[in-house]
Design a protein around this ligand. Structure first.
Ligand code: IMP
Ligand code: MG
Length: 185
Protein backbone atom coordinates (compact mmCIF):
# COMPACT_ATOMS: atom_id res chain seq x y z
CA UNK A 1 0.00 0.00 0.00
CA UNK A 2 1.15 3.50 -0.83
CA UNK A 3 1.31 6.00 1.95
CA UNK A 4 -1.51 8.48 1.72
CA UNK A 5 0.42 11.68 1.11
CA UNK A 6 -0.02 14.67 -1.09
CA UNK A 7 1.83 14.35 -4.36
CA UNK A 8 3.27 17.84 -4.12
CA UNK A 9 5.56 16.70 -1.29
CA UNK A 10 7.53 14.60 -3.78
CA UNK A 11 8.17 17.40 -6.27
CA UNK A 12 11.56 19.08 -6.41
CA UNK A 13 10.51 21.74 -8.91
CA UNK A 14 7.72 22.59 -11.31
CA UNK A 15 9.07 22.88 -14.85
CA UNK A 16 5.89 23.68 -16.77
CA UNK A 17 2.86 25.09 -14.97
CA UNK A 18 -0.78 24.18 -15.49
CA UNK A 19 -1.41 27.63 -16.98
CA UNK A 20 1.48 27.28 -19.43
CA UNK A 21 0.19 23.87 -20.55
CA UNK A 22 -3.32 25.22 -21.04
CA UNK A 23 -2.10 28.23 -23.03
CA UNK A 24 0.13 26.08 -25.23
CA UNK A 25 -2.64 23.52 -25.81
CA UNK A 26 -4.94 26.33 -26.90
CA UNK A 27 -2.31 27.65 -29.30
CA UNK A 28 -1.75 24.18 -30.80
CA UNK A 29 -5.50 23.54 -30.97
CA UNK A 30 -6.00 26.72 -32.94
CA UNK A 31 -3.24 25.77 -35.38
CA UNK A 32 -4.79 22.32 -35.88
CA UNK A 33 -8.24 23.87 -36.33
CA UNK A 34 -6.97 25.88 -39.30
CA UNK A 35 -4.81 23.16 -40.75
CA UNK A 36 -7.47 20.45 -40.57
CA UNK A 37 -10.65 22.40 -41.30
CA UNK A 38 -12.84 20.12 -43.49
CA UNK A 39 -10.35 17.22 -43.29
CA UNK A 40 -11.99 15.27 -40.46
CA UNK A 41 -8.65 13.96 -39.11
CA UNK A 42 -8.23 11.03 -36.74
CA UNK A 43 -6.34 11.93 -33.58
CA UNK A 44 -4.54 8.88 -32.25
CA UNK A 45 -3.64 9.04 -28.59
CA UNK A 46 -0.88 6.76 -27.41
CA UNK A 47 -2.01 5.46 -24.04
CA UNK A 48 -1.62 6.15 -21.28
CA UNK A 49 0.59 9.22 -21.11
CA UNK A 50 -1.17 11.25 -23.80
CA UNK A 51 -4.56 11.32 -22.04
CA UNK A 52 -4.35 14.63 -20.10
CA UNK A 53 -2.77 16.48 -23.05
CA UNK A 54 -5.23 15.03 -25.55
CA UNK A 55 -8.14 16.02 -23.33
CA UNK A 56 -6.86 19.59 -23.02
CA UNK A 57 -5.90 19.90 -26.70
CA UNK A 58 -9.18 18.76 -28.24
CA UNK A 59 -11.14 21.38 -26.30
CA UNK A 60 -9.40 23.92 -28.52
CA UNK A 61 -9.93 22.19 -31.87
CA UNK A 62 -12.96 23.75 -33.48
CA UNK A 63 -13.53 21.44 -36.43
CA UNK A 64 -14.66 17.82 -36.82
CA UNK A 65 -12.23 15.22 -35.54
CA UNK A 66 -12.35 11.56 -34.58
CA UNK A 67 -10.50 9.94 -31.70
CA UNK A 68 -8.63 6.67 -31.57
CA UNK A 69 -6.32 5.15 -28.98
CA UNK A 70 -3.44 2.73 -29.11
CA UNK A 71 -1.48 0.81 -26.53
CA UNK A 72 1.97 -0.19 -27.65
CA UNK A 73 5.10 -1.56 -26.10
CA UNK A 74 8.45 -1.37 -27.81
CA UNK A 75 10.83 -4.29 -27.82
CA UNK A 76 14.15 -2.74 -28.69
CA UNK A 77 17.26 -4.53 -27.60
CA UNK A 78 19.78 -2.82 -29.83
CA UNK A 79 20.25 0.73 -30.98
CA UNK A 80 18.49 0.32 -34.32
CA UNK A 81 14.78 0.89 -34.66
CA UNK A 82 13.16 -2.27 -35.98
CA UNK A 83 10.17 -0.55 -37.55
CA UNK A 84 8.00 -2.79 -35.45
CA UNK A 85 6.09 -2.08 -32.30
CA UNK A 86 4.27 -4.57 -30.19
CA UNK A 87 0.64 -3.54 -30.53
CA UNK A 88 -1.38 -4.33 -27.44
CA UNK A 89 -4.39 -2.32 -28.60
CA UNK A 90 -4.74 -1.11 -32.17
CA UNK A 91 -7.00 1.60 -33.58
CA UNK A 92 -10.56 0.45 -34.30
CA UNK A 93 -11.15 2.29 -37.56
CA UNK A 94 -9.78 2.00 -41.10
CA UNK A 95 -7.15 4.71 -41.59
CA UNK A 96 -6.80 4.31 -45.37
CA UNK A 97 -6.93 7.73 -47.01
CA UNK A 98 -7.36 9.49 -43.68
CA UNK A 99 -5.38 12.33 -42.15
CA UNK A 100 -3.78 11.03 -38.96
CA UNK A 101 -2.42 13.03 -36.03
CA UNK A 102 -0.49 11.15 -33.38
CA UNK A 103 -0.70 12.70 -29.93
CA UNK A 104 2.15 11.93 -27.53
CA UNK A 105 3.11 13.05 -24.07
CA UNK A 106 6.86 13.09 -24.70
CA UNK A 107 9.40 12.16 -27.37
CA UNK A 108 12.60 10.90 -25.84
CA UNK A 109 14.57 8.30 -27.83
CA UNK A 110 12.01 8.66 -30.63
CA UNK A 111 11.66 4.90 -31.08
CA UNK A 112 7.98 4.65 -30.25
CA UNK A 113 6.90 7.27 -32.75
CA UNK A 114 9.34 6.25 -35.45
CA UNK A 115 8.01 2.71 -35.30
CA UNK A 116 4.39 3.85 -35.18
CA UNK A 117 4.88 6.12 -38.16
CA UNK A 118 6.49 3.32 -40.19
CA UNK A 119 3.68 0.95 -39.26
CA UNK A 120 0.94 3.42 -40.20
CA UNK A 121 2.60 4.45 -43.47
CA UNK A 122 1.98 0.88 -44.63
CA UNK A 123 -1.75 1.44 -44.06
CA UNK A 124 -1.86 4.17 -46.73
CA UNK A 125 -3.21 7.16 -44.83
CA UNK A 126 -3.54 10.53 -46.57
CA UNK A 127 -1.07 12.06 -44.10
CA UNK A 128 0.60 11.52 -40.75
CA UNK A 129 1.58 14.28 -38.35
CA UNK A 130 2.86 14.15 -34.80
CA UNK A 131 1.96 16.45 -31.94
CA UNK A 132 3.86 16.10 -28.69
CA UNK A 133 3.42 18.03 -25.49
CA UNK A 134 7.09 17.70 -24.60
CA UNK A 135 10.24 17.06 -26.60
CA UNK A 136 13.51 15.93 -25.05
CA UNK A 137 15.89 16.23 -28.04
CA UNK A 138 18.96 15.20 -26.02
CA UNK A 139 17.47 11.72 -25.58
CA UNK A 140 17.05 11.00 -29.29
CA UNK A 141 18.62 7.83 -30.74
CA UNK A 142 16.56 7.60 -33.96
CA UNK A 143 15.68 10.34 -36.37
CA UNK A 144 12.17 11.64 -35.84
CA UNK A 145 10.72 15.06 -35.16
CA UNK A 146 7.27 16.14 -34.11
CA UNK A 147 5.39 18.45 -36.44
CA UNK A 148 4.12 20.39 -33.44
CA UNK A 149 5.82 20.54 -30.05
CA UNK A 150 4.51 22.14 -26.89
CA UNK A 151 7.71 22.47 -24.91
CA UNK A 152 11.35 21.55 -25.42
CA UNK A 153 12.83 20.30 -22.15
CA UNK A 154 16.28 19.39 -20.82
CA UNK A 155 17.36 15.78 -20.40
CA UNK A 156 15.77 15.24 -16.99
CA UNK A 157 13.22 12.65 -15.92
CA UNK A 158 9.86 14.41 -15.75
CA UNK A 159 6.53 13.50 -14.20
CA UNK A 160 3.02 14.92 -14.31
CA UNK A 161 0.34 15.75 -16.87
CA UNK A 162 0.43 12.17 -18.16
CA UNK A 163 4.09 11.46 -17.51
CA UNK A 164 4.65 8.73 -14.95
CA UNK A 165 7.24 7.36 -12.62
CA UNK A 166 6.33 3.70 -12.13
CA UNK A 167 2.71 4.46 -13.18
CA UNK A 168 2.36 7.23 -10.58
CA UNK A 169 2.12 11.03 -10.84
CA UNK A 170 0.25 11.06 -14.19
CA UNK A 171 -2.55 13.02 -12.51
CA UNK A 172 -0.44 16.02 -11.50
CA UNK A 173 -1.80 19.11 -13.29
CA UNK A 174 1.73 20.35 -14.11
CA UNK A 175 5.04 18.87 -15.30
CA UNK A 176 7.80 18.67 -12.76
CA UNK A 177 10.90 16.93 -11.48
CA UNK A 178 10.81 14.45 -8.60
CA UNK A 179 12.92 14.73 -5.49
CA UNK A 180 15.87 12.32 -5.55
CA UNK A 181 14.71 10.51 -2.42
CA UNK A 182 11.56 9.35 -4.21
CA UNK A 183 13.68 7.21 -6.56
CA UNK A 184 15.71 5.81 -3.71
CA UNK A 185 12.76 4.54 -1.70
P1 IMP B 1 10.61 7.09 -26.77
O1 IMP B 1 10.56 8.39 -27.50
O2 IMP B 1 10.37 5.89 -27.65
O3 IMP B 1 11.86 6.96 -25.94
O4 IMP B 1 9.44 6.92 -25.75
C1 IMP B 1 8.75 7.93 -25.19
C2 IMP B 1 8.06 7.31 -24.01
O5 IMP B 1 9.02 7.12 -22.96
C3 IMP B 1 7.01 8.25 -23.45
O6 IMP B 1 5.74 7.98 -24.00
C4 IMP B 1 7.09 7.95 -21.96
O7 IMP B 1 6.27 6.85 -21.65
C5 IMP B 1 8.52 7.54 -21.72
N1 IMP B 1 9.35 8.66 -21.21
C6 IMP B 1 10.42 9.23 -21.81
N2 IMP B 1 10.92 10.22 -21.06
C7 IMP B 1 10.17 10.29 -19.95
C8 IMP B 1 10.19 11.14 -18.76
O8 IMP B 1 11.01 12.06 -18.58
N3 IMP B 1 9.23 10.89 -17.84
C9 IMP B 1 8.29 9.92 -17.99
N4 IMP B 1 8.23 9.12 -19.07
C10 IMP B 1 9.15 9.30 -20.04
MG1 MG C 1 4.80 6.13 -21.04
Amino acid sequence: MKESIMLEQDIKKVLITEEEIRAKSKELGQILTEEYADKNPILIGVLKGSVPFLAELIKHIDTHIELEFMIVSSYHGGTESTGQVNIIKDVDSDVTGRDLIFIEDIIDTGRTLKDLRELFLKRNPASIKIVTLVDKPAGRVVEIEADYTGFVVPNEFLIGFGLDYDENYRNLPYIGVLKEEVYNN
